[in-house]
Design a protein around this ligand. Structure first.
Ligand SMILES: [Zn+2]
Length: 283
């Protein structure tokens, strides 16, 4: 295991925030009558941190994959990522569609759904796809949890996914992409890479498959990370899951643009991805 990657280094924004807090404490001691100003500065700092946490593609709270590494982008690799499953009805149909187009995808799965449908998760891995960590329960309030609860949500999903599939996740995506400053040290400790996306079509909310497809393919290029959902999938007006309408056209667009869909983990340096497989086979 690469120990280097587990050592957490705060981002410049978090270091600056620590300085603001230290400065505020020193200021309050040196000049107690300035407390309203000091309180204002600390409150403003908290607002900045909260605002940044609501911005899924921001890198100000720590590293965040918004696209694939440059060497993969140059090769014309893109990543199709599918969140919130596995779903016992939809995911098997998606696996068949991916097979028809010879495409490998990354599923950001919810731990408790993996535990409920282990055979679906195992089948995805058997067909060459990757399952990554999308927390244990996909809590709406994930971004306001404290450090212990965050570690618990991610650690439990990590264990469930590894037990079911024999592969330990290398990547993490926060529910709705929302997070707070406690997340980054937890990810560093678990050797997980935070991932957001380059493009998304809001396929859980948008019922029009053509609009979702356009959002995903506009300006599409090598290195893009695309986001869709197989859990809580949106439905078209005729009742069919939006992803089933969009995915075949999206995969055809990728092929005609000369782009190849690969798993996120296949773009990691080999030593890093191998360490996750080794971690699973040791136990
Ligand atoms: Zn989600």
């Amino acid at each position: 295991m690469n120990r280097e990657s587990k050592r957490w280094k705060p981002s410049p924004l978090l270091s600056a925030s620590a300085l603001v807090h230290a400065g505020a404490a020193a200021g309050a001691v040196a000049s107690p009558q300035s407390w309203p100003w000091i309180l204002g500065v600390v409150a403003a700092n908290h607002l900045v941190l909260q605002g940044v946490g609501l911005w899924p593609r921001s890198k100000l709270l720590g590293p965040n994959w918004t696209s694939l590494p440059p060497d993969a982008a140059v090769r014309g690799a893109v990543a199709v990522t599918i969140d919130d499953g596995p779903d016992p009805e939809l995911t098997p149909r998606i696996l068949d569609l991916l097979d028809e187009h010879a495409v490998k995808a990354t599923f950001f799965c919810v731990g408790e759904r993996v535990a409920q449908h282990p055979e679906v998760a195992r089948e995805a891995v058997r067909r060459g796809h990757a399952i990554e960590n999308h927390t244990q329960r996909h809590l709406a309030q994930f971004s306001v949890l404290g450090p212990r609860a965050i570690a618990d949500e991610i650690g439990r999903a990590q264990d469930v996914i590894e037990t079911v599939t024999s592969e330990r996740p290398c990547f993490f995506r926060a529910p709705a992409g929302l997070r707070n400053p406690f997340l980054d040290p937890v990810l560093a400790r678990l050797d997980l890479k935070l991932t957001s996306w380059t493009r998304r079509g809001f396929d859980t909310l948008n019922r029009r498959a053509d609009t979702v497809l356009r959002a995903l393919t506009r300006g599409l290029r090598g290195g893009d990370i695309l986001l869709m959902h197989d859990g809580r999938a949106g439905r078209t007006p005729s009742g069919s899951p939006v992803i089933l309408e969009v995915l075949p056209k999206l995969l055809a667009s990728l092929a005609s643009a000369g782009l190849t869909a690969v798993t996120l983990r296949s773009t990691l340096p080999t030593s890093t991805s191998a360490s996750h497989v080794l971690a699973s086979t040791h136990e």
